[in-house]
Design a protein around this ligand. Sequence first.
Ligand SMILES: [Zn+2]
Length: 142
Amino acid sequence: MNQEFITEMKNYFENLLVELEAPAEGNLEGEFSGPYNMLGLGKVSNGDDSDRAMDEREKALHARLQARRNFYQKKIKHALEKIENGNFGECEECGADISEERLKARPTATMCIHCKEEQEQVEELIPYKRRSHTYGQEIISA
Ligand SMILES: [Zn+2]
């Protein structure tokens, strides 16, 4: 795989990681407590039912954002590990090179388009409830 491209991807991932990590404390506070405080909601009067509902929603929103952030962080760190190990851009299923076009569109892709399509076909046959993130790996090791 083209070394220049890999360097480009590495920079891209590192920047993304910084962006994801930086706002975790500061920005979230500013985003959510700022406007609420300006409207006189939140901590100003406590014990009110509508305030508590607001707190719950705020917490749920935080949790969702945090979960999504963790999910992306994990994917990005995995991709960076692969760059370190020199196997970035290799399909984790068949070992073939993933095309640069595919990596540009989906930088965290871990499978070549053929394996991905195969996996999706398998998943279509499985009722939604029975799907799990490890399903593909289970097939391989079985
Ligand atoms: Zn493959």
